[in-house]
Design a protein around this ligand. Structure first.
Ligand SMILES: Nc1ncnc2c1ncn2[C@@H]1O[C@H](COP(=O)(O)OP(=O)(O)O)[C@@H](O)[C@H]1O
Ligand SMILES: [Mg+2]
Length: 360
């Protein structure tokens, strides 16, 4: 009776629970664990735990579990990255030894998937921060631009009245510097052309970017493609999408070409689709993911949190506007750009919802 009740309790928990024996063979898993591992009970029970998931990183999970069994000390690990099938998930997990007289020793593993929670809160913060800084930057750019026309005009008038050529050198400096400042302010304001929304094939945009990048790479960087040909078309302005992809791919190319130790420099353009995917707080039936992956040195940890802010640049002559503008464009289409970077692998993911009427 009690056993039945306990089983019903376990079956109704939202946390994933697995029971493994001393040989690390799975003996029980609850429905939440089946959902997390995307495997049915029939397949998992009796199979080695290592067939269900693999922890990414230095941890030898099996050794840690055996150790727990030997010492009878429970342990908890936070934000463990696991590979489950083809997917990577982040979980907090706790392992507790179960030792009771008359029963063989076993281990109870509880797992809670946290990457969805992490993602949702991070994305909300990203979108809110981005909107606030973009409008701040636009405001500043307008304020800079307004007096520039007057300054430039006055310098031109002054130049006409000057008799000595040495002095016109000064007015020329005023004019050139105001032009430079106006260009910067224009870039801070971002594209001003009204978007021309039409049905676009994302792969055509990627191919355009690829051919532009190949010219710039002068044969020194490989640009591979890994496209999902089943992706439907999007409703967007192709020039804007090209601009966003170009800004991201341009950074990857710069990172590769400027790094003297770079071996086999390579950029991969990858597309995939995701069903029932949440961006911010909004759930979408179909989302397109465009990944721009490079094997360069990666983004310094201190910079990583702020690269989407305008005017944040890791390069001496950078404006720090490229990623901010790209995020702005993608945001117009209710999408989001995310970044994940470590030395040797930097991934920028553009997530774009595909409207219902376009979905096949
Ligand atoms: N793929 C990448 N690899 C390494 N660093 C990158 C990559 N993409 C972006 N960055 C970093 O992010 C910064 C911001 O990029 P961006 O907004 O385009 O401005 P800018 O290119 O003008 O510096 C870059 O200066 C660079 O330090
Ligand atoms: Mg850039």
């Amino acid at each position: 009776m009690l056993e039945n009740f306990a089983k019903r309790l376990l079956d109704n928990l939202t946390g994933a629970v697995l029971l493994v024996d001393a040989a690390l063979i799975v003996r029980y898993l609850n429905p939440s664990a089946e959902a997390l591992l995307a495997m049915s009970r029939a397949r998992v029970v009796g199979a080695p735990l290592a067939d269900c998931f693999v922890e990414i990183g230095d941890t030898d999970t099996s050794a840690v579990l055996r150790d727990t069994l030997a010492t009878s000390h429970p342990f908890t690990k936070r934000e463990a990255h696991m590979r489950v099938g083809l997917q990577e998930i982040i979980v907090d997990y706790t392992v507790a030894p179960l030792i009771s007289p008359g029963h063989p020793p076993s281990l109870l593993i509880e797992m809670q998937q946290i990457d969805r929670l992490l993602r949702i809160s991070r994305e909300d913060a990203l979108i809110a921060n981005h909107q606030a800084t973009r409008s701040l930057i636009r405001g500043v750019a307008h304020e800079i631009k307004n007096p520039l026309g007057g300054i430039r005009g006055a310098a031109q008038l002054l130049a006409k009245t000057l008799k000595t050529p040495e002095l016109t050198e000064y007015t020329n400096i005023i004019i050139e510097e105001t032009d430079r400042l106006r260009n910067l302010a224009d870039r801070m304001l971002g594209p001003r052309k009204l978007p021309e929304v039409q049905s676009v094939n994302i792969h055509e945009c990627l191919e355009r970017v690829r051919s532009l990048m190949l010219v710039e790479a002068e044969g020194r960087v490989q640009i591979e493609r890994d496209y999902d040909p089943s992706l439907p078309e999007l409703n967007a302005d192709p020039d804007q999408l090209i601009q966003a992809i170009l800004n991201i791919t341009g950074n990857a190319l710069q990172a590769l070409m400027e790094n003297p130790d770079q071996e086999n420099p390579c950029i991969t353009l990858r597309t995939r689709h995701l069903r029932q995917f949440t961006i911010g707080a909004q759930r979408h039936r179909l989302v397109m993911r465009v990944e721009i992956i490079d094997n360069g040195p990666g983004i310094a940890e201190a910079l990583l949190e702020s690269i989407f802010y305008p005017m944040v640049s890791g390069r001496a002559n950078g404006t720090g506007l490229g990623l901010s503008i790209a995020q702005d464009i993608v945001h117009q289409y209710h999408g989001l750009i995310e970044c994940d970077s470590r030395p040797g692998r930097t991934v920028f993911s553009i997530l774009l919802p595909v409207e219902q009427e376009n979905a096949r």
